[in-house]
Design a protein around this ligand. Sequence first.
Ligand SMILES: [Zn+2]
Length: 490
Amino acid sequence: MAAPADELIAKYEAVIGLEVHVQLGTRTKIFCGCPVVFGAAANTNVCPVCLGMPGALPVLNGAAVEMAVKAALGLKCRVNPASRFARKNYFYPDLPKGYQISQYDEPLAEHGELEITLEGGERKRIGVTRVHMEDDAGKSIHDGFRDSDQYTYVDLNRAGTPLIEIVSEPDMRSAEEAYAYLTALKEVMQYLNVSECDMEKGQLRCDANVSVRPRGEEKLGTKAEIKNLNSFRFARMAIEYEIGRQVGLIEGGEKVEQETRLYNADTGMTVGMRSKEHAHDYRYFPEPDLTPVRVGGDWLEGIRRAMPELPAEKRKRFIESYGLREYDAQVLTADRGLSEYFEKTAEAAGGEGNAARLAANWVMGDLMAALKGAGIEAAPVKAERLGELVAMIAKGEISGKMAKEIFARMAETGDGARAVMEREGLKQISDAGALEKIVDEVLAASPKQVEQYRSGKTTVMGFLVGQVMKATKGQANPGAVNEVLKAKLG
Ligand SMILES: [Zn+2]
């Protein structure tokens, strides 16, 4: 089926809610002491608890609860004083217990929100319905074995890995907004050190509920759930496709079925997998082997007090106190380490105004280029030292061109800006006396241009400045050169 024309799609409004599973970065599993390690030999990190052996009892991992609470607070949720685990029953080969331990009617936290930033800088709040804890299943392996055409293998290392599920309100209206939500969510989790959110390791997975309705209509359309979107880009493309598909059905006089669909990245389409399951299909009931989770008092207050500044707040502060542009603030706060590096650079450069904006340009320009895609922890120049360099540019001690040379030497040697400048003789010549001598020489060597300038062709000024810059190997202060030249030429 061809996607309907954009004008047709524009007559409809999409309603999107996301369910995101985030793996918590604990050392051990949620209900046993098995290590959580990516890439270990199959079925080596398992024990009677995570293998679901009869009689084995789960014990809740306190570190997992603490991380889940941090995540909930980062999403501005109300953390419930008591929450409870529940069994979600279903049969699948990679689920040895025959049920997942999740939370159902008494989740860890509710009523949160997440601020997203759209292209053009517009901000929007997306409601967070709930955050609950659960364990992950194992992994079915369908290929890579000699007899993979006949058998599916199961690796249970991942079974029992701690997860949180973050359920949003159906507040998003486009694939773009869903993408922005995922980006903002990942930033918050990373700022809190709750998860690295490495999607290639399955640490963040997303299901999208998508429906459409004619614009102006209040009633929600029938939704389809797209399962297991394992990249933000695929999530955006899958939602985009799904919106078009549903509009096409409605416009063609057909009905959207409530069902679970899968996105095929090769075809760019979603395909029906099964009719949507309902909560009653899972026969939820309270987990009898675990006591309720109680979160409160000094413990909760301690976590609350230790919360770092979150990306959205930091972004606003960077704009207000450093005068950064929206886009720059966005780039510099996308990663906590990078935001801290920028802030140290800006403070060392003078802390505000021009120096701070210059610091932003240097961090996003030359420093990022020098990193060649590596993380900020690999920065070849310390933030304080880059700040020193930026301060020298801001004060006009060195030109931007010289600064680039100095920066390259700093990255090579680890030396400070001033030390490099003095050793390499890269100081800017601003002294009028020194410049006058060079200007005199240049004017004596360019009688034709002097003549042209005096007869009114002032554009030759550029040529003369260039000659002086050349004679000083770029070390002359262009502003000062201009002044001296003008004075000499009358
Ligand atoms: Zn185990």
